[in-house]
Design a protein around this ligand. Structure first.
Ligand SMILES: Nc1ncnc2c1ncn2[C@@H]1O[C@H](COP(=O)(O)OP(=O)(O)OP(=O)(O)O)[C@@H](O)[C@H]1O
Length: 237
């Protein structure tokens, strides 16, 4: 069997002397949309930072298609094929939408250039109509879409989305959900951190739940939906 696109094995992560993640195991196979669920402070963002090379694990390992990436600096992790979209949307505010996309353009780890601005505009028609607008003047939801689009321009093997729905109005949350579903249907492999279980239900194929820095559940999203005990205990729904 092929190695998972992303595999986190027994990762322990510390901020200074405080241990935040305890032996995290996580595997995302090609084409999956894995939801990383957990309450506020459970360790979702820290898991993403560990994968992206920003908060490297002190013990354990992170591999991309079987090749170890833990220990590499963030720019090399990105080059290896991890497309990380952090919680705080990071557009270049002074530049146009199109320039933001062009800045993100680079070939994927095997030289592929699947994502072009033309392709982005097909998948994100809202950005096509705004290509000459200054990114800093877009709404929060539009900036979120632009950040996702710019990350795709780097042709990653996996897209890490940290709470893409956070702080957005319900109608925009739905639009972001539709967009992620479209990407999933196109075959993009996604790891999606969310507190909002309902947001993930129609989007994710699989779910991993973390609590106090530990994985407490991992299965298909359908299995999680049928498991009231896990949902109530760890997700308060
Ligand atoms: N820079 C830091 N230094 C020390 N502790 C931190 C730091 N950043 C986060 N923490 C702590 O690590 C734990 C996990 O935080 P993390 O942000 O990973 O959680 P989360 O599940 O993503 O929650 P949220 O939805 O609030 O982002 C929390 O207890 C938090 O207070």
């Amino acid at each position: 069997m092929a190695a998972p696109i992303l595999e986190v094995r027994a990762a322990d992560v510390f901020y200074g002397a405080s241990q935040i993640l305890f032996g995290i195991d996580l595997a995302v196979e090609r084409g999956q949309t894995m939801a990383l669920l957990g309450r506020n402070g459970a360790g979702k963002s820290t898991t993403f930072k560990a994968i992206a090379g920003i908060a490297p694990p002190r013990r354990g390992q992170i591999a991309l298609s079987g090749t170890t990436v833990s220990g590499k600096p963030p720019y090399l992790v990105a080059r290896a094929g991890i497309g990380y979209v952090p919680e705080d949307r990071q557009v270049f505010p002074e530049h146009t939408v199109e320039d933001n996309l062009i800045v993100g353009a680079k070939p994927g780890p095997r030289g592929d250039r699947h994502w072009t601005t033309a392709r982005i505009y097909e998948v994100f028609p809202i950005l096509a109509g705004m290509r000459h607008r200054i990114a800093g003047r877009l709404s929060g939801g539009e900036q979120q879409m632009l950040t996702i689009a710019r990350t795709l321009m780097g042709n990653p093997d996996i897209l890490l989305l940290d709470e893409p729905s956070e702080g957005l109005a319900p109608i925009i949350v739905r639009a972001i959900g539709d967009l992620i579903r479209t990407l999933r249907e196109m075959g993009v492999t996604i790891l999606l951190a969310e507190q909002n279980m309902h947001f993930c239900m129609g989007i994710a194929t699989h779910a991993t739940v973390i609590d106090k820095g530990q994985v407490v559940y991992s299965d298909t999203i359908a299995a999680l939906r049928g498991n009231e005990a896990v949902m109530q205990r760890y997700l308060a729904v």
